[in-house]
Design a protein around this ligand. Structure first.
Ligand SMILES: N[C@@H](CCC(=O)N[C@@H](CS)C(=O)NCC(=O)O)C(=O)O
Length: 220
């Protein structure tokens, strides 16, 4: 039997949960090495050998190690084309380009304001850090503009890259979950008809529900 792949990092991390949901969609067995960020385990020399920036996640498949959650997701989808959800990373160059385009939109346009908001609104209070109201306002305004573009796009197609659920949609799950469920910002999504419909659909996938369960499980 093949050795399961290994994901290093806690499920509460948005970047780790992106990889976990991808593995579940593709039905790829994995083991999780939680890595305590509170204890600084992500900055230890042994860990830096597989993630030189000292961030989570890191990923291992036999002798291959990778970092960067979106690159890891592309690898998982490419390596397992006939397992689990088909078409996560497309089957022809044009579809792949469309998926890549929206994956880039997620990483370059959606992630910057949404990750700042998730940090300021969810993690800063948990870490007893002072929230930066100006930064929150500024990034809410940026996110509104991004979501207006998404609203138009999702009026034309069921999912971001077309009629099928792909890595482009999957990549939005982690930050959106925090904003909708933990940061009291659901309205940003639900007040937009198409974005609200899309969010209901992608967040109801069994793979994502399982990741949320892992996030909510009490620490071992
Ligand atoms: N672009 C990276 C981002 C990774 C990242 O920012 N991870 C955060 C947790 S979500 C982290 O490790 N933060 C600790 C640090 O930067 O020291 C990816 O997608 O994998």
């Amino acid at each position: 039997m093949a050795t399961p792949v290994t994901v290093y990092g806690p499920p509460l991390s948005t970047a780790v949960s992106r990889v976990l949901v991808c593995l579940l969609e593709k039905d790829v067995p994995f083991q999780l090495v939680p890595i305590s960020m509170a204890k600084g385990e992500h900055k230890k020399p042994d860990y830096l050998k597989i993630q030189p920036f000292g961030q989570v996640p890191a990923f291992q498949d036999d002798e291959i190690t990778l970092f960067e959650s979106r690159a890891i997701c592309r690898y998982i989808a490419e390596k397992n084309p006939s397992k689990g959800t088909m078409g996560l990373f497309g089957t022809n160059p044009l579809v792949k380009a469309s998926i890549d385009q929206w994956l880039e939109a997620e990483s370059q346009s959606f992630n910057p304001p949404s990750s700042i908001l998730a940090f300021q609104l969810v993690f800063a209070p948990r870490m007893k850090l002072k929230q930066d109201e100006a930064l929150i306002k500024q990034n809410e305004a940026k996110l509104v503009k991004v979501l207006d573009v998404y609203e138009n796009r999702l009026g034309e197609s069921r999912y971001l890259a077309g009629d099928e659920f792909t890595l482009a949609d999957l990549s939005h799950l982690p930050n959106t979950q925090y904003l909708v469920e933990k940061a009291n910002r659901a309205e940003l999504f639900t007040s937009r008809k198409n974005v609200g419909r899309w969010w209901d659909e992608i967040s109801s996938r069994p793979s994502w529900k399982k990741v949320v369960e892992m996030q909510n499980a009490p620490p071992q």
